[in-house]
Write a protein that binds this ligand. Structure first.
Ligand code: GBH
Length: 480
């Protein structure tokens, strides 16, 4: 291995890109303006208010729909290379279907993209960040395989209208998270209680939808538009609570269910779901008395069709968990039981405002190295990494988090040879944090949600981030 000098260890290589991220439902607001249709998040926040910590919604959120110039000014001030945002499917196709395009939606995104490009900021677009049109949910949502075709239609609309200017596409944000909306009725929209079935059926469609969009781009757009298409997966590092073979195996199961379910079909050499996932779900299904596995099967043609359908690996990484095996097989089907793990947090790890998020920087390096090993060192872009608090501008714990994680990223890059080419902070600004409403803030900018003007002010962390982007290194005062 190369032994880097101290200073190169704290320096980002030439061409490394920095950005910040948001997602349509979390920032846009204007939930019913100018012909926008309803999404499952409009539905959930309006009709299942009890699922949202403060009973709030994204009706207005940061009102970015009306303030795109303001947002672009914040980005310009940060000096970032790119902005990661997502398209709202129901703003563009109010019913979800391709027969009726909402031109006001096209205009809005044209305005945003052009404003970014005017400032030299590259748009990095997520096609789907969780806000499924409600009318497609009425057809069953992602467990219905027909959605793969509707997603392809929607992706085609985006490539046709925006692909001349967008050169980095992410098909899906975190399939492992939003498919939980088909696993339990206390969480993500559409909050359907179908444990042990819904998540696998939804994931099966999502993988096909992803591959269809990728092939569509390859066949129809790549030659002229010359962009890249990838997917964003999220995964925590799983640290075995004890150093036993069983603990190691439990963490490996965790990785293969939480990430491999999507990563293996797309990024592995052999394709298809991971062996351990197939074996576990098949066997447990049988033990539970089912005639067929709860995990759907891909045909050999489908395996080949999905394999290799990403030009880069988008990684969202936030935290680390401690894993302990739990191998009692429940008679009731559930995804959690299929994994066979109990996870917890070490009490010594610094807390955030989110129960699931602790500041554990060394786990970042470990997950990066494991991705390199698992998938043959793919080009990786960190599409989200961030920390929550409840209030305020003097956010030293967020600074601690980003510095720590960026330092570990540099070790993975310089010392372990991980092919990571970019980093995105979540988030540009405080926004609607899904089931947590506005009670948890992730922004580098503070947003005052009680003021109709939604003023944004830079936090201490935003200023430090700006410094890192400008100097392309960890400032000396933060080096250990
Ligand atoms: C990202 O997911 C999302 O892409 C982004 O939209 C979001 O704002 C950001 O995180 C911050 O949360 O409450 O115990 O059931 C990160 C992965 C997966 C973390 C779901 C929270 C819920 C844990 N998220 N998880 S729990």
């Amino acid at each position: 291995a190369r032994v880097p000098t101290n200073s190169s260890n704290y320096t980002f290589p030439d061409g490394f890109k920095f950005g910040v991220a948001t997602a349509s439902y979390q920032v846009e607001g204007a939930w019913n303006k100018d012909g926008k249709g309803h999404s499952i998040w409009d539905y959930q926040t309006h009709n299942e208010t009890y699922l949202i910590a403060d009973g709030s919604n994204g009706d207005d959120a940061c009102d970015s729909y009306h303030m795109l110039e303001k947002d672009v000014a914040l980005l310009k001030n940060l000096g970032v290379d790119f902005y990661r945002f997502s398209f709202s499917w129901s703003r563009l196709l109010p019913s979800g279907h391709i027969n009726a395009v909402n031109n006001a939606g096209i205009d809005y995104y044209n305005g945003l993209i052009d404003a970014l490009l005017r400032e030299g900021i590259e748009p990095l677009a997520t096609i789907y960040h969780w806000d499924l049109p409600q009318q497609l949910q009425d057809l069953g949502g992602w467990p219905n395989p027909v959605l793969a075709d509707y997603f392809e239609d929607y992706a085609r609309l985006l490539f046709e209208n925006f692909g001349d200017r967008i050169k980095m596409w992410i098909t899906f944000n975190e399939p492992s998270v939003f498919t939980n909306g088909y696993e339990s009725n206390i969480n993500h929209a559409p909050s359907i209680e179908a444990p042990g079935f819904g998540k696998y059926l939804a994931s099966h469609t999502v993988l096909k939808a992803h591959a269809q969009a990728y092939h569509l781009y390859n066949n129809m757009f790549r030659e002229t538009q010359k962009g890249n298409v990838g997917i964003t997966l999220t995964i925590d590092w799983c640290e075995p609570k004890e150093e036993t073979e069983h603990h190691l195996a439990a963490c490996e199961r965790f990785q293969q269910f939480e990430m491999g379910l999507y990563g293996n079909p797309i990024f592995s050499e052999e394709g298809d779901y991971p062996e351990i996932v197939k074996t576990r779900v098949d066997n447990i299904s049988e033990a539970q008395g089912f005639r067929r596995s709860r995990l759907p099967k891909f045909t050999q043609d489908e395996i080949e069709y999905i394999r290799g359908t990403a030009d880069f690996f988008g990684l969202n990484h936030y935290t680390t968990q401690l894993g302990t095996p739990s191998t009692v097989i429940d008679s009731q089907p559930s995804y959690r039981n299929d994994i066979g793990i109990h996870t917890e947090y070490d009490e010594s790890w610094p807390e955030s405002a989110s129960s699931w998020l602790r500041d554990v920087p060394w786990g970042f390096r470990k997950i990066l190295v494991s991705l390199k090993q698992r998938y043959g060192n793919p080009p990786i872009i960190i599409t989200e990494n961030g920390f929550s608090d409840r209030e305020g501008h003097e956010d030293d714990s967020r600074i601690h988090y980003h510095i720590g994680y960026l330092t570990e990223l540099l070790k993975a890059l310089h010392e372990d040879g991980v092919n990571v080419f970019g980093y995105t902070a979540w988030s540009l600004m405080d926004n609607f944090e899904w089931n947590q409403g506005y009670t948890e803030r992730f922004g580098l900018h503070y947003v005052n949600f009680t003021d109709p003007e939604r003023p944004r002010t830079i936090k201490k962390s935003g200023k430090i981030f700006k410094e890192i982007v400008a100097t392309r290194e960890i400032p000396e005062r933060f080096r250990k």
